[in-house]
Design a protein around this ligand. Structure first.
Ligand code: ADP
Length: 259
């Protein structure tokens, strides 16, 4: 990535970003974008300025998850301007550039990181899933702009955990610090009795074990919660809609280890 001509652009544009956090997963569908969105919503509850960048260019879901579907981005001399959710949270996604949300896109070239974020306290970067070449080159590329660390999202099953091991080894090799691992969708909190059922048991507890084995922090276990899916589908902040939910408590635990 050293000879990539767009490196000076991202470094230049990101120079007023205090902290950059990568959100990664070994597989798609484990809840990476959901975690990226909710971390960003949660961080934006304080006075900090937060940016959320969607690098999941083949399946951009952040416009919908942040309630910005159908919004357009504009380009000025200083780059693409992100779209604002509120005074504290702005989002950039290739999804804003697609004429039709059902269309897939292959977006290549230096422009994709040329975003005029302005002054940010935190930039949360949602990366493409997996350990594909594309994913690896994006992490290598972003590393040039000094990433604070990576949050890795997994489901409890061994099939997802296998890829997390690969992912941790890779980002360690690249030199990006591991903030920790989030286990998503392990337990289900019954809304009637509020008891938690570990519905994937015995395939549960593996993420914690993996963290102990690999010497990385286990950040939190986020339960399966229809309120998470609903907030995502409606583009609403779960922190505002369901502030007392176990999911919000889990996201707050994650955020306290990022900040
Ligand atoms: P990824 O980014 O890893 O591909 P997403 O974040 O898009 O995955 O999540 C896939 C789907 O699962 C979304 O519809 C989301 O609303 C839902 N989802 C994610 N985490 C949870 C959870 N803890 N409880 C309920 N639904 C969830």
């Amino acid at each position: 990535p050293k000879e990539d001509p767009s490196i000076p652009i991202i470094t230049e544009k990101m120079k007023n970003v205090k902290h950059k956090i990568l959100v990664l997963s070994g597989k798609g569908g484990v809840g990476k974008s959901t975690v990226s969105t909710n971390i960003s919503f949660g961080l934006s509850m304080k006075d900090d300025q937060i940016g959320l960048m969607d690098l999941d260019i083949c399946g951009p879901s952040l416009p919908k998850m942040t309630g910005l579907e159908g919004e357009q981005v504009h380009q000025s001399n200083s780059g693409w301007s992100p779209v604002y959710v509120n005074d504290n949270l702005s989002v950039m996604s290739i999804g804003f550039m697609l004429p039709n949300p059902d269309e897939a896109v292959i977006w290549k070239g230096p422009k994709k990181n040329d975003v005029d974020w302005g002054d940010l306290d935190y930039l949360v970067i949602d990366t493409p899933p997996g350990t594909s070449d594309e994913h690896l080159s994006i992490v290598q590329y972003l590393k040039e702009s000094k990433i604070d660390g990576a949050v890795i999202v997994t489901t409890p099953q061994e099939i997802s955990l296998q890829d997390v091991r690969k992912e941790i080894n890779f980002i360690r090799k690249v030199g990006v610090p591991v903030i920790g691992v989030v286990e998503n969708m392990a337990g289900f909190v019954c809304p009637k009795c509020t008891k938690e059922s570990l519905i994937f048991a015995p395939s549960t507890g593996g993420a914690k074990k993996l963290c102990d084995e690999m010497g990385v922090p286990f950040l939190a276990s986020v339960p399966i919660d229809p309120r998470i899916a609903k907030s995502c589908d409606l583009g609403q902040s779960i922190f505002e809609e369901y502030p007392d939910s176990p999911a919000v408590k889990a996201y707050q635990t994650i955020i306290s280890q990022i900040t």
